[in-house]
Design a protein around this ligand. Structure first.
Ligand SMILES: NC(=O)C1=CN([C@@H]2O[C@H](COP(=O)(O)OP(=O)(O)OC[C@H]3O[C@@H](n4cnc5c(N)ncnc54)[C@H](OP(=O)(O)O)[C@@H]3O)[C@@H](O)[C@H]2O)C=CC1
Ligand SMILES: O=C1CO[C@H](CO)[C@@H](O)[C@@H]1O
Length: 314
């Protein structure tokens, strides 16, 4: 499979399976089916509350000889409630226990936002950047890397300023920034900055994250897969709109992690690897009017929060 390369020559498969919103009862089959289809990369996080089921599916795949541990690439993420330096390794160990793995391929700081160690998915109980600086969390990530618990470390939802803070002061470089990317939010400057600094980029919500709960959506949210330009390019190549969006992400040398729990769509998305968009397609996509951010981060910036929206995004 096409891949992106890290500084040490390790490769990361350019296409992976997303698992946010994949229910525990569905994600087991989704992961197994994806691995049988040829996927070799799974994107996870403890906040998705399904890592135990992902772990069971991985065990089954190893047992049945579908893949070996070395053949797959598994990413997970440090949640906001474990940003203190001494909380990072225990959080990673819990994820490894749930995924039933000895090591991760990639571990990311999920958000540049710290919360107290309470039962979170609530946007509350924040710790300010003064109380827990990003660099403190990064030092915990470096420790996890040195202990061999993860082969690579990186960040997610980081803007250029946050990344610079780490890049200028770190001992081990962040090798990945996972951010929202699609034609309505191409983030060209951020990608250029990352690539110039040896940081690979992963595109999340590449299909427009249509299955988010109503509470997470604005009333006038656009539907990316129904976009006229995307639909016309799909028609021209006799492929689906989702395949256009996934191929577009890979064309830009960004890793892409579409989520699906549907067998047919998991296969369809995998087949995007064969799609070749031409220059005319790319120019048309570049003209799609944005920006629109689906996962907009407003939940971290409500009244009383030390985090402000203008500090979160470039
Ligand atoms: N780091 C971060 O902060 C974030 C990371 N992520 C990661 O990125 C992944 C992908 O993003 P996500 O927000 O889930 O959304 P996506 O943009 O991947 O969209 C998922 C939706 O698209 C549907 N879908 C999938 N394939 C097709 C297809 N071929 N045709 C039509 N519909 C399709 C899915 O339905 P169905 O399952 O029924 O097929 C689901 O409703 C996440 O799952 C997660 O792993 C996402 C958000 C934030
Ligand atoms: O990856 C993600 C999906 O789930 C979280 C919410 O529960 C988001 O905050 C995050 O960006």
């Amino acid at each position: 499979m096409k891949s992106v390369k890290f500084e040490n020559g390790d490769e990361m498969p350019i296409l992976g399976l997303g698992t946010w919103k994949s229910k525990p009862g569905e994600v087991y089959d989704a992961v197994l089916h994806a691995l049988k289809c040829g996927y070799r990369h799974i994107d996870c996080a403890p906040i998705y509350q399904n890592e135990k089921e992902v772990g069971k599916a991985l065990q089954k795949a190893f047992k049945d000889g579908i893949v070996t541990r070395e053949e797959i690439f598994v990413t997970s993420k440090l949640w906001n409630n474990a940003h203190k330096k001494d909380q990072v390794i225990p959080a990673l160990e819990k994820t490894l226990k749930d995924l039933k793995l000895d090591y991760l391929d990639l571990y990311l700081i999920h958000w540049p936002v710290a919360q107290k160690e309470v039962n979170v998915s609530q946007p509350a109980d924040f710790l300010s950047p003064k109380e827990v600086p990003l660099l403190e969390t990064w030092e915990g990530m470096e420790e996890a890397f040195h202990e061999g618990l993860t082969l690579h470390i990186g960040v997610s939802n980081f803007n250029i300023k946050n990344l610079t803070e780490i890049l200028d002061n770190c001992e081990v470089m962040p090798e990945m920034n996972q951010v929202e990317l699609h034609p309505l939010l191409p983030q060209n400057d951020l990608i250029e900055f990352c690539h110039e600094n040896g940081v690979q980029v992963t595109a999340y919500s590449p299909l427009g994250s249509t299955d988010r709960t109503a509470a997470m959506k604005k009333d006038d949210e656009p539907n990316l897969m129904e976009n006229e330009t995307i639909q016309s390019i799909a028609k021209k190549h006799n492929i689906s709109p989702a395949q256009v969006l996934i191929a577009w992400a890979m064309e830009r040398d960004t890793v892409v992690i579409p989520k699906s729990v549907n067998e047919g769509r998991i296969k369809e998305n995998f087949e995007s690897l064969k799609v070749e968009l031409d220059q005319v397609d790319l120019e048309k996509i570049a003209k799609i009017k944005g920006p629109y951010r689906f996962v907009d981060g407003t939940f971290w910036t409500m009244e009383g929060s030390p985090y402000k929206l203008e500090d979160l995004w470039d």
